[in-house]
Write a protein that binds this ligand. Sequence first.
Ligand SMILES: [Zn+2]
Length: 201
Amino acid sequence: MLPSGSVDTGSIADAITDFMARATELASFPPAHHWTAKPRSATLNAMNPDFLREAIRLSLEKMEAGEGGPFGAVIVRNGEIVGRGWNRVTSINDPTAHAEIVAIRDACCRLGTFSLAGCEIYTSGEPCPMCFAAIYWARLERIYYAATCEDATAAGFDDAPFYRQLALPPGSRLIQVVQDLRQEACEAFAAWLRKPNRVVY
Ligand SMILES: [Zn+2]
């Protein structure tokens, strides 16, 4: 609930109502995303096998060192490696510590930014759905990969089954999803849109 006695209560309630009506409308007519990758013909660098081999080298070296599964990745900007990552799932007890995620965090930390627009990722294996989405969130502009999703599946990893899960209607997926309290949660979205100094990403 909104705080009682707030002078702005009425307008906040109106903002939430307006926000939810707008969101419902957008569910039927989603807008074009505010960000688009450069056209495929744009002047991104051609695939550099040295960077892909560096990702593959990391996949083997770090796996043998006991860091996690056999996956490595590097982030490249203007022909220079600006971030490296390798799978660390089992060594740091983090199921999200895939090579691509670790490389994105490394590059963002080094560059002091949350956007990797203008960068490319080289990864030893085709990204799983989580990493694929992280690559979108990071605004990376191109993916180069070596081993396929099917190769990873043959090695015992769940990439391909997860891709199939996402393609199913929500009610048919293995993990049950329950939704409730939409209006209460939308208070934060309405407040976000009213926040004058919000940092959009
Ligand atoms: Zn992944």
